[in-house]
Design a binder for this molecule. Sequence first.
Ligand SMILES: [Zn+2]
Length: 512
Amino acid sequence: MKFYITTPIYYVNDIPHVGHSYTTIAADVMARWKRLNNYDVFFLTGTDEHGAKIAAAAKTKDVTPQKLCDEMSAKFRQAWELLNISYTDFIRTTEQRHSIAVEKIIQILFDKGLIFKKKYEGLYCVGCERFYVPKDLDESGCCLFHKTKPVLQSEENYFFKLSSFQNALLERIADPHNEEYIEIQPEERRNEIIGKLKLGLEDVSFSRTAIEWGIPVPFDKEQTVYVWVDALVNYIAAIGYPENKSKFQKYWAADIHLMAKDILWFHSVIWPAILIGAGLSLPKKVYSHGFFTLSGSKMSKSLGNVISPKELVDKYGVDAARYLMATLIPFGHDGDISWQGLTLQYNTDLANNLGNLISRTVKMAEKYFNLTVPRTEPNLELVKEVANILKRSFAQNMDNLELHKASEVLRSAITLVNRQIEIDAPWKLAKTDTNKLASCIYSYLQTADIIAMHMLPFMPVISEKIWQITGASGNINEVAKKYFADTIIPATGFSISAAQLQASEILFPRIA
Ligand SMILES: [Zn+2]
C-alpha cells in the first residue's frame, strides 16, 4: 500500500518559522507512523519560488531572483534537517521538472477550452498574490490576512472557467459516497467550503502580465502562469507527471494534502477543479490546520515574536520540540502557544512522566540487579493493560491526525505504569521477594518498550535510545513494524532478551 502526503510548498519570501515547522512536523509524524504501518510512503515538501514578491525582494537585495530563491530554499532544507524531517522529496518550483508539469497542465486546460482570455479589473492583494472580490474582504475593505487594502488592477489575463465546476465540486465534496469524494477536514471548514460553493463560483485568473519571474504561459509567452496555480502543480510534478507515468500512477492521488487554513480554498476548490479539468483523479483528503498565536498575539516579524526552529531545538532538543509542536494544540484548530506553555508541557509529559518512568526503572535495575535483571515472567497484567490502552485508540487517533489525542493516550499509558510502580513498591520487595521484584522491573521495562514504539513518529531518536537503555533486542523500527502488524504480541517477540541494561542517562532534563 502506498501513502502520499504533502505539506504546502513554502513561499521563499519568508524564513522558516514555527508556523512552517508546525505543518511539516505534523506531516512528518504522519509519514513516520504510516511507514511503521508498512506503507510505501511518499512524503513531499518543498519551496514555492515565483511571483512578484520574490522578484521585488531580489531587486532590493540586488541579486537575481534565482539566487535569492537558492538561498532561501536552502534555509528550509536546513530547518527540516534540524527537525529530523524524513521527507522523500523536496521540490522547488524553479526546477525544470516542475515547469514541464505546469506547462502541460495549462496546455491541456487550454486545449479543452477551459482557459480563455479576458480583460479583468480587480482588487489585488500583493501580500496574498491574488485577486479578491469585495465580499472576501473585511468591513473596511482590507485583506483578512494582511489588513491592507488591495489595489485596483486591470489587465488582460487568461482565465480558468472555475464557474463551470460548481456542481462537479459539490458532488465530490459534499457526498461521501461519490467515487471521487474529497474528504475535507476539519468538519467545520468542510461546511464553510460547501456553503461557499453553493453560492456559486467565479472564473479565476490563471495568468499575469508584466510579471516576469514565473513560468511562461505555453501558448502566449507574454504572460506568466499565476503563482498560485504554478504552486499547486508541484504535487503531481514531484511524483513524475507527466513523463514518469509509472511513478505517477503509483503515488497519485495524494492521500493527504496538509496545510494551514488560509490556503484551504486553493486546495479544496481550485486544485480539484484543475484536476477534474485535466482528467486526473482527486486527492483523497485535504486537511487544514488552524492558526496559532504566540502568547496571545499574532506572530509577526514586526512584533519580533517569531519563533525559529532553531530556538525550539536549542531549548528542548529535537525530539521534544517535535513532540511539543505536534501535540500542544488540538490539531486542526486554532490555539495559542507560548514558551511558558511549551515548557510546562515538556516538564509534565517528558521530564516528569516519561523521563521519570525510564530513569527510576533503570535505577532500580541498577541498584538491585546491577543492570542485569534475571529472566523471569513479567507482570503480564500490566504489560497487557498498557498494550490495550494504546491499542484501543492510539492508531485511530494517529490515522485521523488527532495527534494531541494520540499523545493523551500515551500519557495515560505512562501514568499507569508510574502508578503501578508506587503500588508494587519494589523498594519493599527488595527486602522480601527478589523473584517478584525482578518480575516487576521486567514488566516496567517491557511497557517502556511498548511506549517507545508508539513514540517513534514523534521522537524517533529518543525512542530508540529508550529501546537501547532497556536492553530490548532488535531494531526498534523493525520490531515496531511487526508489532503494529500484530505479528508479535507483548511479552513474546520483543522482550528484553538478556535484560542487560545500559546505565541510565537523563533523557529529559527539567527546564526552568
Ligand atoms: Zn492579503
